[in-house]
Design a protein around this ligand. Structure first.
Ligand SMILES: [Zn+2]
Length: 295
């Protein structure tokens, strides 16, 4: 029985589910405030990446079976603060459809024709994401009903976990959800900031030269391609980007943030160190082969 719609999702989703299992263990067995706070702080970066995988899942569902997708959405929601179908409503219906119209874009970088600051954008993301998602769902009664049921289920489980063990629930679920939302908002602010509002090829910022940003986020750096075909699976975005490349202006490329830059740097350093080690056995087998043939 095939569970995954795309085999490329197996590894990232497997890692994310294992990480959630660790979260549950920490919630259930750790009482020390020092360890709980350390777990929260260590989780900020990985959970921000999980937020992008949550986004990718809502664009292109992971499993064949709807009930498995709903369960995965509960896991994603607890790790990232984007519960149930919030990504679908706020991001796909609100942002992707209207990102060129700043009066209707739910992730708008403009208000009244002027650019808003980063902190206002983050505050709007924190306090208005759910009201905006519900406002969109209100225009679609069938979706609203489903959304409210799923949201209630996630919140019900979260509240039960909080009542049972308040401090671990705060550090393992509530704080990471807020932190993940804040960091995600900070990243998305720059995706379209002060770019073209008429030409879609000039409306998004791309980061294509960071290997690890694109590995850890499922190719979010190929942002023009993502907006061009938002239902396309993340693994196919680099190929689509190649086709669109001649149309994307140079100013729509940018560098990654320091954390991915340093991971890339470390990766290059390690491969430089390991290269001679990898070469040596090959050389040895070649020498061996020539001595064998000489005999
Ligand atoms: Zn998207």
């Amino acid at each position: 029985m095939k569970l995954f719609r795309h085999s490329e999702d197996r590894l990232p989703v497997g890692i994310i589910l294992f990480y959630f299992l660790l979260d549950l263990c920490v919630y259930a067995f750790v009482d020390s405030i020092v360890w709980l706070v350390s777990w929260f702080l260590l989780g900020i970066f990985p959970k921000t990446n999980v937020c992008v995988w949550n986004h990718n899942h809502h664009h292109c569902r992971t499993f064949h079976h709807p009930w498995m997708n709903r369960l995965l959405e509960i896991v994603y929601g607890f790790q990232t603060g984007m519960l149930a179908s919030t990504w679908t409503l706020h991001h796909i219906h609100g942002h992707h459809r209207h990102y060129l119209d700043q009066n209707r874009d739910t992730s708008r970088w403009q208000a009244g024709g002027t650019t808003i600051g980063l902190w206002r954008y983050i505050a709007e993301g924190l306090f208005l994401t759910y009201p905006r998602a519900i406002a969109i769902a209100c225009q679609r009664p069938k979706l609203l009903r489903r959304y409210l049921i799923e949201l209630s289920a996630s919140l019900g489980i979260l509240l039960a976990l909080t009542v049972y063990r308040p401090l671990p629930a705060l550090c393992v679920f509530w704080l990471p959800m807020f932190a993940s939302l804040i960091v995600t908002m900070r990243a998305t602010y720059y995706h379209h900031l002060e770019l073209d509002l008429e030409n879609p090829m000039a409306a998004s910022r791309n980061v294509v030269d960071s290997k690890w940003l694109n590995i850890l986020t499922g190719n979010i750096g190929y942002h023009t391609a993502h907006h061009h075909k938002c239902g396309l699976h993340w693994s196919k975005l680099p190929q689509l980007h190649k086709e669109l490349e001649p149309l994307i202006p140079a100013h729509c490329y940018t560098r990654t943030v320091p954390i991915y830059y340093w991971i890339d740097h470390l990766d290059r350093l390690l491969s430089r160190v390991c290269q001679p080690l990898r070469r040596r056995p090959a050389c040895r087998s070649r020498t061996q082969h020539s001595s064998d043939t000489a005999q």
